[in-house]
Design a protein around this ligand. Structure first.
Ligand SMILES: [Zn+2]
Ligand SMILES: [Zn+2]
Length: 94
């Protein structure tokens, strides 16, 4: 087994998924572009934009390997997504 843990190995390993680690793996393995999927920004104030991995259904434990529950968002868009949820702006940070 390769010592480099793949996204697939990670989400199927049974360990508690940490969103920021999952995000790093997605970017590492070039499965996602390092840009906000909402506003398409890649940079912020001259630096690469900080990105959050957002779970579309707001369930951090729902990590299908096809990536259908994930969105990479800049902090602005991420906050906006959570404000638009009926259950309010609660953001669980991992
Ligand atoms: Zn954005
Ligand atoms: Zn989120």
């Amino acid at each position: 087994m390769n010592s480099k843990q793949t996204v697939e190995a990670y989400v199927t390993s049974g360990v508690k998924i940490k969103s920021y680690r999952l995000k790093e793996k997605l970017l590492d393995e070039l499965l996602r572009e390092p840009k906000c999927e909402e506003c398409e920004r890649k940079t912020w104030q001259g630096k690469s934009i900080p990105l959050d991995l957002h779970h579309k259904d707001n369930d951090h434990l729902n990590n299908p390997i096809d990536g259908s529950n994930w969105e990479l968002l800049c902090p602005n868009c991420h906050a906006f997504k959570h404000r638009s949820y009926p259950w309010g702006g609660k953001k669980k940070t991992e």
